[in-house]
Design a protein around this ligand. Structure first.
Ligand SMILES: Cc1cc2nc3c(=O)[nH]c(=O)nc-3n(C[C@H](O)[C@H](O)[C@H](O)COP(=O)(O)OP(=O)(O)OC[C@H]3O[C@@H](n4cnc5c(N)ncnc54)[C@H](O)[C@@H]3O)c2cc1C
Length: 411
């Protein structure tokens, strides 16, 4: 495979560099970079980070760089995955990010483009692309995470008004406290097997009856929330896809989610780890050097894995594309190794928290490895996917496959 840019990509890369040079600072790899403050425990710093993410997204939109691979009909640039890769490669050198706006775009964009009505696409896609409206994902529940399709939040049609009335509880809802809208999956028919009775909605997060309770994590920040829904009224036009066909729509969101996660980690590039080793004068230590080499190799492998998949997709040779589950699990393993090495480099100080140099940045990332192993589907579930879908191993027994949801045993 030829990894050199084609003449067209080389000129695109030059154009990207010109844009980034004009609008962003080069990344320093330490606490001076605002783009690594997504994990800040200081609320002022965190609020400043969110403001800058919004600002950066608007800068992208104003200059025609938002939605690089989105079709032009939806306000995107109509580029290929290769353009996106080149853009990300260049952006990684700069102190700029759209933070969780990128995640929301990955979850909501493809879903609405594929399953939304023209009115929904018209209403929601542009503000999503510009980062003007923020979104959250109301899928997981206390009794339904890996087995998402067993969820229990109920939506009942009010025949008199034509609205759906929703009751239930969601959990682990990232950034719900800042969201304008949510994508919500609820059970509209409990009398059919679990996958068949679901419907997918867009919900305005300011609707009466929605209560958001932040969950404070081990790092001291509330990345995600519990969301309680009590008699929440959703207009009929907010159903995405068909009533009862919500699982098909949900699968579009989930597929996009795991590939989005495997492209994360820009706040902790190899260069940041190397800078830390150099600052601590540990870059001559043979054990640390070996760890650095390993982390660097993993970053290259991730890059080539991404290339391979994108090239396969672009050339229609889908059989050569790597499975999203493989990318996600490789990413989370590599991330764990990288952040573990950062603490080794810090030595005894690695055991501190906010008092460690850099405000505990690497400590936060170290704890965050566990979240990345769970969010977007756990490692075990992705291994199951690989076993069944890539290796053709026998499927897990599904005892409730043909049983009405209200007759199944649930936690
Ligand atoms: C950082 C983060 C952000 C998140 N953001 C959101 C969000 O915005 N919106 C949202 O809806 N959800 C979100 N989630 C929730 C996430 O999708 C779920 O945590 C995840 O799907 C696992 O579900 P669970 O926590 O209920 O664990 P469970 O499904 O109860 O799993 C418990 C354990 O059992 C294992 N297990 C379960 N089933 C199997 C199986 N079939 N085979 C082998 N092992 C199995 C799991 O691997 C895990 O170790 C987020 C989670 C994290 C960590």
């Amino acid at each position: 495979m030829d990894f050199e840019d084609s003449p067209e990509l080389a000129s695109f890369r030059a154009e990207v560099r010109d844009f980034l040079d004009a609008h962003a600072e080069l990344r320093r790899g330490d606490e001076r970079d605002w783009s690594r403050n997504g994990a800040a425990t200081d609320e002022e710093v965190a609020a400043d980070y969110r403001r800058r993410c919004r600002e950066w997204q608007r800068t992208l939109a104003d200059h025609g760089w938002a939605g690089l691979t989105w079709p032009q009909a939806f306000g995107g640039r109509g580029g290929t995955p290769a353009h996106q890769i080149v853009f990300n490669q260049e952006l990684a050198r700069y102190d700029a990010t759209s933070g969780f706006i990128t995640a929301a775009q990955a979850l909501v964009g493809p879903t609405l483009m594929q399953h939304g009505t023209p009115e929904q696409q018209q209403r929601y896609l542009e503000p999503l692309l510009r980062g003007d409206e923020w979104w959250c994902q109301l899928f997981s529940e206390p009794g339904a995470g890996s087995d998402l399709s067993s969820l229990a939040t109920r939506a009942v049609l009010d025949e008199a008004t034509g609205e759906w009335v929703v009751n239930g509880q969601k959990v682990w809802t990232s950034n719900a406290q800042y969201a304008d809208f949510g994508i919500l999956v609820a059970r509209t028919d409990p009398d059919v097997p679990k996958h068949a009775g679901l419907t997918y909605f867009v919900v305005d997060m300011r609707t009466p009856g929605i209560e958001i309770r932040p969950l404070i994590q081990a790092q001291g920040v509330a990345h995600f929330n519990e969301v309680f829904l009590s008699d929440v009224r959703i207009p009929a036009e907010n159903v995405v896809g068909e009533v009862g066909d919500g699982w098909r729509v949900t699968r579009t969101t989930l597929r996009s989610e795991s590939s989005m996660i495997s492209g994360a980690g820009q706040a902790t590039p190899f260069t940041a780890l190397l800078a830390l080793a150099q600052q601590r004068d540990r870059d001559g230590d043979p054990v640390i050097r070996q760890g650095l080499a390993h982390v660097y190799s993993n970053e290259l492998i991730m890059k080539w894995m991404g290339w391979r998949t994108q090239t396969a997709v672009m050339t229609g040779r889908y059989e050569l594309a790597l499975h999203g589950s493989l990318l996600k699990n490789f990413f989370t393993r590599s991330f764990a190794q990288k952040v573990g090495l950062a603490l080794d480099i810090q030595g005894a100080e690695g055991m501190l928290s906010d008092d460690a140099e850099g405000g505990g940045f690497w400590q936060y990332q170290f704890i965050n490895q566990f979240a990345s192993r769970i969010g977007g589907g756990t490692e075990e579930v992705h291994r199951n996917n690989l076993g069944e879908q890539a290796l053709g191993l026998p499927r897990e027994p599904a005892v409730d496959k043909d049983v009405a949801w209200n007759q199944t045993r649930r936690s």
